[in-house]
Design a protein around this ligand. Structure first.
Ligand code: 6PG
Length: 239
């Protein structure tokens, strides 16, 4: 477990990118490749920008990275809500990552269950063990697309499921707790004042919240800005 609280969102992006670069290089040194599952949402945009610009853009050996996703909206890749589209625009395109190194979660939004099975098979090529999973957190304590009171929370075997709960519009595909618990490293990126109270509750391991349940079960790297983490620690705190 590690906790880093940065003064603001920009410092968080830079600090998290540096920490992530270290995790990537550790995986590459150990196994040659780094298999990373990216997070969706808006917070990763700044992180991606920091990774795709100097000095990190030139420091990391991107040819030895394979990019997966922690969750995805069931929409076409061209849809502005697509996490894969966001990553393409903010990370893959700026770095010139070849499509052969990118594994979108949803290729055919008309068949979410089949897509979950396709992705499950893809993960089996490496026993479903990611080197790194990046997560965000919603103000309801969700991570990936493990939302409160949705069926995906109950999955105990499959690594990827379609989460078609009626309250999810659009529906989602998501990594499950088995996948998140099996990962070698999991890092949580949280920014903004609207998440501070939930984050404090999650970090106690409150299993009523999806991310709290994960925090109770495995070590996590917490990368926070002061607005999100002010109830937990002061900025530039590292443990
Ligand atoms: C998604 C994400 C989701 C996200 C949180 C935080 O597909 O939206 O995977 O879990 O990480 O909702 O989103 P923000 O970064 O936009 O606050």
């Amino acid at each position: 477990m590690s906790l880093q609280v940065f003064p603001d969102a920009q410092a968080l992006a830079q600090g998290a990118a540096l920490a992530l670069a270290g995790l990537i290089e550790t995986a590459q040194n150990a196994r040659g490749m780094c298999r990373i599952a990216l997070s969706g949402g808006s917070t990763p945009r700044r992180l991606h920008h920091a990774l795709a610009t100097a000095p990190l853009a030139g420091r990391i050996d991107w040819t030895r990275c394979a990019f997966y996703f922690g969750d995805e909206r069931v929409v076409p890749l061209s849809d502005e809500r697509s996490n894969a589209r966001m990553a393409q625009e903010t990370l893959f395109q700026p770095l010139g990552i070849p499509t052969a190194q990118i594994f979108p979660m949803v290729l055919d939004p008309k068949q979410p269950e089949a897509e979950a099975q396709r992705y499950e098979a893809l993960l089996q090529r490496f026993d479903g063990v990611f080197d790194i999973v990046l997560l965000g957190m919603g103000s309801d304590g969700h991570c990936a697309s493990l939302f409160p009171d949705t069926p995906a929370l109950l999955e105990t075997h499959r690594r990827v499921v379609a989460n078609l709960a009626p309250q999810l519009d659009p529906p989602r595909l998501t990594l499950t707790y088995p996948a998140l618990e099996a990962a070698r490293e999991v890092a949580v990126l949280v920014s903004g004042p609207d998440k501070a109270a939930t984050l404090a509750q999650v970090m106690t391991g409150d299993s009523r919240l999806p991310l709290g349940r994960l925090a109770a079960r495995r070590p996590l790297h917490w990368w926070l800005d002061a607005e999100a983490g002010h109830l937990i620690a002061t900025p530039t705190t590292e443990t």
